[in-house]
Write a protein that binds this ligand. Structure first.
Ligand SMILES: *Cc1c(COP(=O)(O)O)cnc(C)c1O
Length: 357
């Protein structure tokens, strides 16, 4: 069996070392039983949960006054849990609209609170990150999406010393670069892009924001309950926890977030270099807002785009078609995508252009 170079946008590629280990754990994790077949209250499983929490704290240098919790329901449930837990009595919340996921976050919040869009690049097909924000001084929080997975834009600088809590959806770039957690009130990320398999969502929350929730809110929708029960209120997706733990150990062994920050810049540069070199491939995003995780570009027409995807596949470069409403090509270069994969793709881009361009 040969594994292809996989540029999937999500669920994304996982490190081969992690998959090999996980496939063993699936058959036997503790004596004679696989990871899926033991109690989530067993010491062996509690160790996994504790290891996730301590490795995340270490890797992201999370300050003491922040709690880490492991939720379910994808990043999408956070679109609802965030306003349910963080709205002040005036129910005001402000959103930066920079892509499909940012838009959805605002839509879900609208069912619960009074949503104001502080800026939007929708009119320009989300090709940039708006820098001037119309913030209400009495808003409960400001919601950002650090990396726009579909359009390939990324926020490269976050607000510093904001009095208003900054909430950030980091689903597609968590652990890809260092961030200063103390600049945020709450960070959340679905695991299936940069952290592991789907099924688990990491939430990092500043302690003082935990008590804003209405006690009548159902238990599983209150962040407080996850902390009270150490993220084991009910049976969690145990296999997802297990693989998340393996991924975090892998990140640590490789050299942590700084190692990946440098590697990811190098990987993305290989692809952007091909885009900038000739004009055959056209990047769709404003230079300064380019994402280092999802690189979106277009070929001269649909026929060439389809041919690019097909011939790439024949060369073991898979999952490159752009998002359905955007078209073109999308190259996702999450942590588990190797430098070797990006080199192979940049070579393919040159060869393809020489052949048809
Ligand atoms: C993929 C993605 C989501 C949606 O995640 P689900 O786990 O499917 O709910 C939300 N936000 C961002 C930035 C994403 O990339």
């Amino acid at each position: 069996m040969t594994r292809s170079y996989n540029f999937s946008a999500g669920p994304g590629a996982l490190p081969l070392e992690v998959l090999e280990e996980a496939s063993k754990g699936l058959i036997e994790f503790t004596k004679g039983a696989g990871i899926q077949e033991i109690s989530h209250r067993s010491p062996a499983f509690l160790e996994i949960r504790d290891s996730i929490l301590s490795n995340l704290r270490q890797l992201m240098d999370i300050p003491k006054n922040y709690k880490i919790l492991l939720c379910q329901g994808g990043a999408t449930l956070q679109f609802t849990m965030v306003p349910m837990n963080l709205l002040k009595p005036n129910k005001k919340c402000d959103y930066l609209e920079t892509g499909i996921w940012a838009e959805k976050a605002g839509e879900h919040a609208r069912k619960i609170g009074d949503v104001n869009i502080i800026a939007s690049s929708k009119g320009e097909k989300y090709t940039y990150i708006p820098k001037i924000w119309n913030i209400r001084p009495d808003t409960s929080y400001i919601h950002l999406t650090s990396n726009n997975t579909v359009y390939g834009t990324q926020i490269h600088e976050f607000p510093k010393n904001s009095n208003i809590p900054i909430v950030c959806d980091m689903s597609s770039d968590i652990l890809s670069r260092s961030v200063d957690v103390s600049q945020f009130g709450l960070i959340y990320a679905g695991a299936q892009k940069n952290l592991g398999p789907s099924g688990v969502v990491v939430v990092i929350i500043r302690e003082d924001l935990l008590d804003l929730v209405d006690d009548k809110t159902p238990d599983l929708l209150q962040y407080k309950k996850y902390i009270e029960y150490d993220s084991l209120y009910n049976t969690p997706p145990t296999f997802s926890f297990y693989v998340l733990d393996l991924v975090l150990k892998w990140v640590k062994n490789k050299g942590g977030v700084n190692y990946f920050e440098n590697l990811n810049a190098e990987k993305a540069h290989l692809i952007y270099k091909e885009i900038d070199r000739s004009g055959f491939y056209k990047g769709s995003v404003v230079g300064e807002d380019r994402s280092l995780m999802n690189i979106v570009f277009h070929l001269p027409n649909k026929e060439l785009t389809d041919r690019f995807v097909k011939e790439a596949e024949e060369n073991n470069l898979v999952n490159l078609a752009g998002y359905r409403s955007v078209g073109g090509i999308r190259v996702s270069t999450y942590n588990a995508v190797t430098l070797e994969a990006c080199k192979a793709l940049s070579q393919f881009m040159r060869d393809f252009e020489n052949k048809v361009g």
